[in-house]
Ligand binder design. Sequence first.
Ligand code: NAD
Length: 496
Amino acid sequence: MKHVPLLINGEFKNSDATQHIDVTNPANNEVIAQAPCATEDEISQAIASAKTAFETWKDVPVTERARLMMRYQALLKEHQKDIAETLAQETGKTFDDAMGDVWRGIEVVEQAMNVPSLMMGETAENVARGIDTYSYTQPLGVCAGITPFNFPAMIPLWMFPLAIACGNTFVLKPSEQDPLTPVRLAELFKEAGAPDGVLNVIHGGKEQVEPLLTHPDIKAVSFVGSVPVGQHIYRTATAHMKRAQCFAGAKNHTVIMPDANKEHVLNNLVGASVGAAGQRCMAISVAVFVGEAQQWIPELAERIKAVKPGPWDQKESAYGPVISPQAKERVLRLIDSGKQQGATCLVDGSDFTVEGYENGNWIGPTVFSDVTDEMDIYKEEIFGPVLSIMNADSLDDALTLVNNNPYGNGTSIFTSNGAAARKYQHEVTVGQVGINIPIPVPLPFFSFTGWKNSFFGDLHAYGKQAIRFYSETKTITSRWLEDDIPGGPNMTISLG
Ligand code: NAD
């Protein structure tokens, strides 16, 4: 049995853990590796090694830190396919989707290569006579990252490259469900020349996360995952006086106006709703058809019905299984609740299997219409290949629905009317908005800006906001005298 190694102080080593978690292939539930639940001592060693490494890493010139990212980016590109294969095996994602997961992480590393200009401060000359003020950006210390199962390449890469490029050191606790991909990312980081202790990786679940939230040497915590865990992590980390950014669950609506391009809408909605088995925090899980656009619903259902899941290495597979039998059970429970609570099940994927992979966590594409905001399939994040369809009489009604929803990760509108699009983008209380784009995930020179229950904190992932999250600003006010200060002591707070 393959044991997933820890990375502590530059060394990949097997844990002394007595408890292990099976890492499975979700297409057949065969165990492919075991992840250890790192011991208290190992977690302390990881934090201590990051603390020691910080003492030297913080003084490594920013240009050298950027060059580490350049070498890392090149290695990730060179190994994109083999990382994607590992990723596909442990998540069940199709190979093409796995390649996309790695690619979106590589783009963040490209952003980290720009760190010299991103870390530049501000200057103002002669703020008072002979006095100049300027600011520098300096790293915080040891940062921690806790990541979910659904993007095991992209989401760790949202975190450690930018934190480390800023001069921090890092302890990563990836999802216990697919830790092989993050370990591969760490191997390549070491190969790129990362000094020992700059990146450490520990494994496990809740118990292994707690010390990262309470240890005095951890200065900032980045988390991506579900709402209850995000709230717990935000509360605990901030109660221990740490900076925290917690990206959480979602319920993303798309609004379809009757003046939209029908073909464009239908083509986009199929992939955005059931692609990746709906296990994307930016998946479209609710489609709101306004007025006459409701006539397109039967055709959308037909197209979604034609989508066939399958194993990652078969070209014709549109998406893979969900991550675990527990995840499958949760999605099936919600599908059943939709039927019980009066929604119309236009496409039912609850009894679905793939020949030769009967033990896998398969769920066929599922579509409900006549969904109301009282139903569990609307209120809960399903995180499966299930689209809920709702009706609205007007754009105003659709906006009220979306704005009343407690989540605020992403939303989109399909329309050919600029005024409708402008109204929607301005009034919607969601942090990422697509106009004729179903899944509006910004590229890393912007930030990933979820709102409401989809994000706890203030500074978001990547872009300029991540640089601010992973650094302190030091502001210096200086006077270099040519002569003695005229007059006596200055007893006021003024500079001049
Ligand atoms: P999860 O919350 O179960 O787990 C996330 C991480 O937290 C894992 O590393 C896990 O080991 C750890 N964890 C789990 N329970 C914990 C506890 N009680 N205390 C401390 N740590 C704990 O999430 P998941 O199932 O891996 O991922 C799916 C969720 O992530 C979905 O809700 C999805 O919307 C969300 N997500 C959000 C974004 C975003 O940017 N907003 C992106 C991707 C995924």
